[in-house]
Design a protein around this ligand. Structure first.
Ligand SMILES: Cc1cc2nc3c(=O)[nH]c(=O)nc-3n(C[C@H](O)[C@H](O)[C@H](O)COP(=O)(O)OP(=O)(O)OC[C@H]3O[C@@H](n4cnc5c(N)ncnc54)[C@H](O)[C@@H]3O)c2cc1C
Length: 450
């Protein structure tokens, strides 16, 4: 057996990504290797940002509404939340502008909840507000888009095909899975994480919990009229299925939340059987430095895939490393387009810096320690993220290379708010002025830097 090298070339053209990147990541993704529906990288993100005029954002709850579709670029730091806010203040006016900025603030709110709660966001943050009895597995017919309900099957098809869903489709699908099928929100969270190009722990897990009522005062539910209205009737017109969403909210809530088991018994999930067979054994080839020794190196991770990342900006001459996390990806189903989207982000970084940028496949902590040694570096710079993996990886780096000084830079934030967070409404009241005016309010506590 030939051991795959852990080094990834960072000048692969898009046409080669399914073949070459697909081979390098064998066993680490689900489904077929194919390009993402939208290209990744800062260049593509900026093009999408500048192309978005915002006209018609007031109709954002309709599937035909002109939402920005910038979430995948924001999620990976390919464009910054402040530059998106600045663009919105420039192109939008009045209530449309305020509404967009308020939506943008939801993302900041969820990240602050993640910072506060850590890995607890993956468990029920509160008791469900009804006698819920949930099963764990995603039903096969849902995963295969064969529920027989044209709307539900379309949401799943869009999710897998585009790696993106309109917010209303996400809400409807989540409500269907949790309340009508009686499936735990964590199974839906994992399905979204597998396919969404913008999938992140904070907005994803906490939105699912919001629908489930474990992070909100009541479960979110929709009815057929709501789906028909906001989808322009596209699925309802010719639908011959017995619609489970038909009825008034009172009737549906009485039926769904009375403590009875869901009507349809879910079938068992498929687990992870769609994943390509892993390589027998992977021996990481040593890192080959492509420049002189350096006192500092930078760790680039999935939240900061842009040359504007604070750690990269602080160290323009330092070699940088991005690692596809082999142990994490071996245990967590992620579809290939998401990995290709991230690769495109790293490729843009490599093209935009004078210092060398490397990409590897391996165990992140060990790779970072080895990378610092190869370049003779005494400092590792990184931009903080609030995921549990971040803390775990830095602990691993310290264990593998105790002499290495780790310098953590703060990520870009939309607000300067630094207190505890609980519900969005309360948070919004505190940051509204700052977000809408684009400057910190005089009474807002200052955020510490380091
Ligand atoms: C069950 C469920 C799971 C979700 N999972 C994710 C996820 O993994 N990643 C993610 O970025 N968003 C998630 N969302 C939130 C929201 O659906 C998307 O951010 C939004 O649909 C992205 O489309 P857009 O960029 O066109 O949004 P726009 O309306 O154009 O909004 C601009 C930006 O504001 C932020 N934003 C808008 N609405 C929300 C919201 N409700 N919550 C958080 N941020 C918001 C996003 O960064 C978005 O790109 C989820 C929502 C639900 C109901």
């Amino acid at each position: 057996m030939t051991a795959p090298t852990a080094d990834l070339s960072l000048d692969l053209p898009d046409a080669q990504l399914p073949g070459v990147l697909g081979a390098a990541l064998t066993g680490l993704y689900t489904g077929e290797p194919r390009l993402p529906a939208r290209p990744g990288g800062r260049e593509a993100g900026l093009a999408a940002l500048h192309a978005w005029t915002g006209a018609g954002y007031r109709e954002r709850n309709h599937l035909s509404g002109n939402v920005s579709r910038l979430s995948m670029y924001l999620r990976h730091g390919m464009i910054g939340i402040r530059e998106v806010a600045a663009h919105a203040r420039h192109v939008l006016r009045g209530r449309e502008r305020d509404e967009f900025l308020r939506q943008l603030t939801w993302g900041e709110f969820f990240r602050l909840v993640l910072r506060q709660e850590g890995a607890r966001v993956l468990d029920n943050l509160e008791e469900p507000k009804y006698p819920a009895r949930w099963t764990d597995a995603l039903p096969d017919d849902v995963r295969a888009a064969r529920t027989g309900l044209p709307c539900v099957d379309a949401w799943v098809t869009h999710l897998i095909r585009d790696g993106w869903l309109h917010n209303h489709e996400r809400l409807w699908f989540a409500a269907y899975l949790i309340h009508w099928r009686g499936v735990h929100w964590r199974a839906g969270y994992a399905f979204f994480r597998e396919h969404l190009l913008d999938g992140d722990i904070a907005s994803n897990a906490l939105s699912w919990q919001w629908v489930a009522s474990t992070f909100s005062g009541k479960p979110y539910v929709m009815n057929q009229e709501n789906v028909e209205r906001f989808s322009g009737g596209r699925w309802c017109q010719d639908c011959t299925a017995r619609c489970p969403f038909r009825g008034s909210y009172e009737d549906l809530e009485a039926r769904l939340f009375s403590g009875r088991l869901p009507e349809e018994a879910p079938t068992s999930g498929t687990g992870d059987s769609r994943r390509a067979a892993p390589a027998d054994e992977v021996v990481a080839a040593p890192i080959q430095p492509t420049g002189p020794t350096s006192p500092r190196v930078v760790w680039v991770h999935g939240d900061g895939l842009s040359v504007t990342d604070p750690a990269l900006s602080a160290c323009p001459d330092a070699p940088a490393l991005f690692v596809f996390d082999r142990p994490f990806l071996s245990g967590t189903p992620i579809a290939f387009p998401r990995l290709a989207f991230m690769y495109q982000g790293v490729r843009d970084i490599a093209a935009g810096r004078r210092a060398p940028t490397h990409a590897r496949v391996g165990a992140v902590a060990g790779e970072l320690a080895a990378f610092a040694r190869v370049y003779g570096a005494g400092e590792l710079h990184v931009t903080r993220n609030f995921t549990p993996e971040f803390t775990r990886i830095l602990a691993g780096v310290r264990a593998a290379h105790p002499d290495l000084r780790v310098v953590v830079h703060d990520p870009e934030r939309l607000t300067s708010f630094d207190g505890p967070v609980r519900r969005f409404f309360g948070f919004w009241k505190k940051v509204e002025r700052e977000v809408l005016q684009g400057a910190p309010s005089p009474d807002a506590p200052r955020r510490g830097h380091r």
